[in-house]
Design a protein around this ligand. Structure first.
Ligand SMILES: [Zn+2]
Length: 719
């Protein structure tokens, strides 16, 4: 009865914010009997019948799904028989399947191929789905049955996965407030409602202030350093704002702004940086300081109501990290070497400034421009020289699929007989080494207006032995589509992304669990990026690279010197990147580790003090986000107390990459081991145990430090 988890994909904030006025769904509803969402698909692997689904099918199918789920859950709660594992816990796992199916198909297609009607369905449905969760979680009769099974769980003779399922249901209900009395539940609902509106207001303030902070320049000469295309874009932005003849530089969400890497005018750089870091902080209609303090206070109160010392303790409890202490220890290990490396990079940059007789001390608005000069001097390297060796079809078939075949013995056979939701989508049937069918794998490579940005993997059907389902997963990329007849030549980043998303895909396809709750990528937020990041290693594994990186016209292999140069640049500027990320992470933790009565009155002073305490107050490198525009943690709950997740998963990844390298790399034995211990297990076991079963040890931060060039021993001497 759980809905599609969102934790491994960026939130859909953009899609929710964009439309103001959309056409309503056509009034005449299709006959319910014609609605293909209402019945299980009869296609292979229960592939959704994409060719038969109409926009008008979604809203009635959601309604039917919610009604059915409520009926099924009520039947469980009101069952006159005594509660058992089967009639309560397993019954809950079987409940809500219609809603699950509709929600997965709709949400995936809304990301991959949306339109105005679908966006409207999304905003209409979101509050109803949230309310349905609350109704179920706060159903006292239902929770009494779950608790009864939970209390007797040790005597029921359950296998480990079933035992874990009981504990999981119990924990999820308790965390949602099922144990509270009437008054406290009412207080919880009020807190949730106020937080939801504060978070929405926070995000809208950031969007409005960021738009309002665009910098207008009248004099083209002030833009020296920008490319002609960038200047043309600035002129076009000015015309949109009826400022013909001027130039408008728009801001992005982060503290740093991309134009700072090329703008020669130092005063203008300083102005842009100051405007960026002052957003929502210094008065005006979009000031978020009071909102930050109120959100922090309410989250801390809610945690206290639920029996936790802080919001961070509540959030991290069911993550791979497990405890606030573990996260704090981890950050304390990373912060000093990151800042030390940023200081070394700053010294290199200052030397370049001095060599040019700049006559000033490095400031945040100088970093990108001068780092780029250092990079060019150190690595003479033009990334576009790589692209002819990265033709999409070769990358996919001879690179991504080839690596998977060498590791896991699986094969990919394209199927042209199955319906797709867009003509560019390709479907592959995947087979195990013994020829047994494993999964369907959808590949949706190209950018288009109906698709959201970025890259992601999505499950259409989850593997579950209980339900007898096999996986249908899709990867979605945003490669610019070449004109007809021309080859799609990728950047190296796009190559890595194809390996990365397929890594999520393998995690979904190899899933071998009983209960849908634990299937595939339904794992903690700080664990889910681990298998996908590991899969990136094969993009540059010599045997794999030699197999796919061939010139798209001549078939010549890529010169190794070219690849080596490209790899060498990967460690460049990592002190800066790690420090700005960790600083934001520390700010996130500092706020969310507070008890309700410890919330301060001064937002800016608190943040500065938190950075100082952690040794991360290095002025040339500000946090990637200051609190007042830190959407990840304040415009929703998704990454609150969880911004650390990205680098936590990267520790697991870097450590595992070293394991592969130490054990012979690309072999069937290594692949089988990774599949057996991690990729097939989903959340059916404790994820820390999965990592240990694969590597044989607890995670070590050393490999990550080495990868990012952050080892303390690196010293100031550089080539
Ligand atoms: Zn990912």
């Amino acid at each position: 009865m759980h809905l599609r988890p969102l934790h491994w994909r960026p939130a859909l904030v953009a899609a929710l914010l964009l439309p103001t006025r959309l056409p309503a769904a056509p009034a005449a509803p299709a006959l319910m009997t014609d609605n293909p969402l209402l019945t299980e698909s009869t296609l292979p692997y229960q592939l959704p019948p994409f060719d038969r689904i109409k926009d008008t099918d979604y809203a009635p199918a959601y309604e039917a799904g919610m009604v059915a789920e409520r009926r099924e859950v009520d039947a469980i709660a009101q069952n006159p028989e005594a509660p058992t594992f089967d009639n309560t816990i397993v019954a809950l796992e079987r409940s809500g399947r219609l809603l699950w199916r509709v929600d997965h198909i709709f949400s995936n297609l809304n990301d991959a191929n949306t339109d105005a009607v679908m966006l409207q369905v999304q905003s209409d449905l979101a509050p109803k789905l949230a309310a349905q969760r609350d109704v179920i979680h706060l159903n006292r009769a239902l929770f009494a049955r779950i608790e009864s099974v939970y209390d007797r769980r040790a005597q029921l003779g359950l296998d480990p996965e079933s035992l874990r399922l009981v504990e999981r249901y119990h924990r999820d209900f308790v965390r949602a407030g099922a144990r509270l009395g009437e008054a406290d539940q009412a207080r919880l609902r009020a807190l949730n409602a106020e937080l939801a509106s504060l978070e929405a207001a926070f995000g809208q303030n950031v969007l409005k202030e960021t738009n309002a902070s665009a910098v207008t320049i009248d004099d083209r000469a002030a833009l020296a350093g920008l490319s002609d295309a960038e200047i043309a874009a600035a002129a076009a932005a000015a015309r949109e704002e009826k400022k013909d003849g001027a130039f408008v530089l728009r801001l992005q969400n982060t503290s740093g702004q991309p134009v700072l890497a090329s703008l020669a005018n130092r005063a203008l750089r300083e102005r842009i940086q100051q405007i960026s870091v002052d957003r929502c902080r210094h008065g005006g209609p979009y000031d978020n300081r009071a909102t930050v303090l109120r959100i922090v206070r309410l989250r801390a109160e809610r945690a206290a109501l639920l029996g936790y010392p802080s919001h961070a303790a509540y959030e991290i409890e069911d993550q791979n990290a497990g405890t606030v202490d573990a996260v704090n220890r981890f950050l304390a290990q990373l912060a000093p070497p990151a800042v030390a490396n940023a200081r070394r990079e700053a010294a290199d940059i200052q030397a370049t400034i001095d060599a040019e007789h700049g006559g000033f001390a490095l400031a945040p608005w100088d970093w990108d421009l001068y780092a780029e000069k250092v990079r060019r001097a150190r690595y003479a390297f033009d990334e576009s020289a790589l692209r002819p060796y990265f033709e999409f079809n070769r990358v996919l078939l001879d690179g991504v699929f080839y690596a998977a075949q060498r590791l896991y013995g699986i094969t990919f056979k394209e199927r042209h007989d199955l319906p797709v939701y867009h003509p560019d989508v390709r479907i592959f049937e995947v087979f195990n080494e013994d020829g047994s069918p494993l999964a369907l794998f959808l590949v949706d490579p190209y950018a288009r207006p109906s698709k959201r940005g970025g890259a992601w993997m999505a499950g259409y059907v989850d593997q579950s032995a209980l339900l007898g389902t096999r996986p249908v997963v899709g990867i979605h990329l945003n490669i610019p589509k070449p004109p007809p007849g021309e080859a799609a030549l990728l950047t190296f980043d796009e190559v890595l992304t194809a390996f990365h998303e397929t890594g999520h895909g393998l995690h979904g396809m190899f899933s071998h669990v009983r209960y849908p709750m634990f299937s595939g990528t339904d794992v903690p937020r700080d664990f889910v990026e681990y298998p996908s990041q590991v899969n990136e290693m094969w993009a540059v594994w010599p045997e794999v690279t030699a197999h796919y990186a061939r010139h798209y016209r001549t078939g010549e292999p890529m010169p190794p010197a070219l690849l080596e140069k490209m790899l060498a640049t990967q460690k460049f500027n990592q002190g800066f990147a790690t420090t700005e990320y960790l600083a934001a992470t520390l700010v996130d933790q500092a706020w969310h580790q507070l008890a309700p009565d410890a919330v301060p009155a001064d937002e800016e002073a608190f943040e500065a003090a938190a950075l100082r305490r952690a040794g991360m107050d290095f002025p040339p490198v500000p946090p990637r986000y200051h609190s007042t525009y830190f959407n990840h943690v304040f415009s929703g709950e998704e990454y609150s107390a969880g911004y650390y997740s990205y680098i936590w998963a990267e520790v697991l990844d870097a450590d595992s990459v070293e394991w592969f390298k130490a054990h012979g790399g690309l072999t069937r034995a290594n692949g089988d081991r990774f599949r057996a211990t991690v990729l097939s297990r989903g959340d059916s076991e404790d994820t820390s145990g999965e990592f240990r079963a694969f590597t044989g040890h607890a995670p070590d931060v050393g490999p990550l430090l080495r990868r990012r060039g952050l080892e303390p021993a690196a010293g100031p001497a550089r080539p």
